[in-house]
Design a binder for this molecule. Sequence first.
Ligand SMILES: Cc1ncc(COP(=O)(O)O)c(C=O)c1O
Length: 338
Amino acid sequence: MQDSILDAVGSPLVQISSPEGATIAAKIEGFNPGGSAKDRPAREMIAAAEREGTISPGDRLVEPTSGNTGIGLAVASAARGYDLTIVMPESKSPERRKLLKAYGADLELVDGEMEDARQRADRIAEEEGAVQMGQFENPANAEAHYRTTAEEILQQVEGREIDAFVAGVGTGGTITGTASRLREEFPDMEVVAVEPERNAVLTRELSEGSSDESDGVLSTGEDEYQGMGPGFVSDLLDTDLISSVETVALEDAEAEARRLAREEGILVGQSSGAASVAARRVAERLAKPELNCSEASTDLGESAASDGGPRDGRDDCPLVVTVFPDSGERYLSTGMFD
Ligand SMILES: Cc1ncc(COP(=O)(O)O)c(C=O)c1O
């Protein structure tokens, strides 16, 4: 029995359909109590502020967020006794608004994108004395992934080497925290960032001076994915960790999310679809087709490894680990599964 819902944070690592000669495994973050990876930084940012004496139960918190961090903070605020205001762009899905209200948070919608939400939250903090958790700058965001996401992955791969880690970038907390811990174990591991094709600020930042933009594909634009590609490079993102960047168009990400639901029984959101597309590209590049890697269990509820059978030898297969940040239930009203 757990003492609090906040102790129930954690998610499974699941093998997904992989190209011949490689294995892709995804961390299914929709399993967290608030339904996304953001439960981790939400819990850690509040705990860190409590340790520093900046906040104590009963205080007012404010945060600009496209939704998942808000929901994570709403879960943690309900469990710890904080009064929470969330500022988010009007364009985000109605499920997110309803969820925030269900957890008792106050919601302020702004006309515009995340940058506008950030400015409004700054004003509320300044004028009304609310404390911001500051997910785009707060080291506790990345620290949460360093201490939990990465540690879980290390246990879940059961001694297998990880060849590449692929993750979508919003605040950069997931990729910075998780990759820095995994690199301590696997110094040669590739770290691949994923961002929207039509809002590719990271691609531009990391290839400064290149002429990639001339084809009109790589440009900054509106924040079309929910949670990924905020339109600026976050202070928290450690760009030195990144080996390469993959861009994925929203329609390809959504098609992949539909495929994951229909063919694999994994219901995930847009940025998970993008992570899956990018992870497959990386796995195809690293694959050793002469190896038998993607042998799946044929018995329900029983791993093929348990009898020392077809999984033998798979430990040599290139392993790509990715993160599916949230559940597809959060996107039903957008029509992406229709
Ligand atoms: C759905 C979704 N995908 C991806 C991300 C990116 O994660 P991070 O902010 O850790 O970079 C987020 C973050 O809010 C998200 O909500």
